[in-house]
Design a protein around this ligand. Sequence first.
Ligand code: RNT
Ligand code: ZN
Length: 423
Amino acid sequence: MAAATTSVDAPFEQAREQYAEWGVDVDAALHRLSTIAISLHCWQGDDVVGFEGTGQAIGGGLAVTGNYPGRARNADELRADLDRVFSLLPGRHRLNLHASYGEFPAGHPVDRDAIEPEYFRGWMDWARSRRIGIDFNPTYFAHPLAADGYTLAHPDPGIRRFWIDHGIACRRIAAAIGTAIGSPSINNIWIPDGSKEPPVDRKGPRARLAESLDAVFAEPIDPMAARDAVEGKLFGIGSESYVVGSHEFYYGYALTRKKILCLDAGHYHPTEVVSDKLSAVLTHLDEVLLHVSRGVRWDSDHVVILSDELLAIAQEIVRGDYLERVHIGLDFFDATINRVAAWVIGTRAMLKALLIALLEPTESLRRLEAEGDLTSRLALLEEIKALPFGTVWDHHCRTHGVPPGRDWLAEVKEYERTVLAQR
Ligand code: RNT
Ligand code: ZN
């Protein structure tokens, strides 16, 4: 046994040495990484269907492609899948729950404006027993009253009221969850409102949205129980020409109302990047929520991978010392591959990106930049790409009791054989 341990640790000791030569403290980086909680989105497990049982199309301009077998059909299956996912991730993470994932009494549908914390008891108990926090989202799509593409900005005051009440109900649920678990729940509002063709009135819906949001947020809330976030977007399917809750709209809203701004990596022009926005908006805002996603040509919500932009996001968070001010959530959904694997791939990619960023000799690079030695800055940024972060990652996985490298895949395949394929 001792021999095995030695041979396992030797490459790590070597890697640690190598980083030390660059002035990087590997142990400190790993310690920091262990404290970061990623909020895993529940909707990757069932193609954003939820448990209301109404059979409503997803709508809202969202689209999931693929029909890989094994979709979670109820809360117990989704929790079992999440347990499997969490067992393959180093560290303690969070769950990001949508309102449509409540456990509603069979045969007694509860409409969105009347949902209550009790329908989320199962989730709270599950999360408490695993000591994980839960974030929350009202569901402003897949509903007859959202069918024409408008919710909080709807011209009809009755429909607007329905969605305001949904927002209020969700905020109370988030607060109940945060209180029960002892960790504040971030309640993030995203709405689909917009139009396919250029509207004549761009101003009216935005005025109505601001008013509706103010009504949703009117009740004071204990920040130790729940926090409010708002998420903008550039366009969706069916809202190509106009989105009421655009980036400018919500940035202004978050600034004036002191809310958390949610930046989704798929919600901007294709050459615009969230990594560049972090330091810009955090100059003025206290906190940001990230929906880490991967848009391919459009807001396609591809599984997150270790891309240049993912690394840039992690670098900005670490270099800017924003780890306490940026809440990292994921937002993607792919039904063409094993859904449990999709979660694991995306979350491990996020953690690896953070590890690479934490292993960067940032201070020396910053010094070179300040001295104007841009030659050395570029040369060293390229050289550090070849440092053995993978060895450090594997060590991190082992010390957290989760499979290193590709070993997690065999466990997911086994789970597919024994559980997912039986559904
Ligand atoms: C939609 C937003 C939103 C959703 C989830 C399901 O474009 O990104 O965050 O993905 O609410
Ligand atoms: Zn999102």
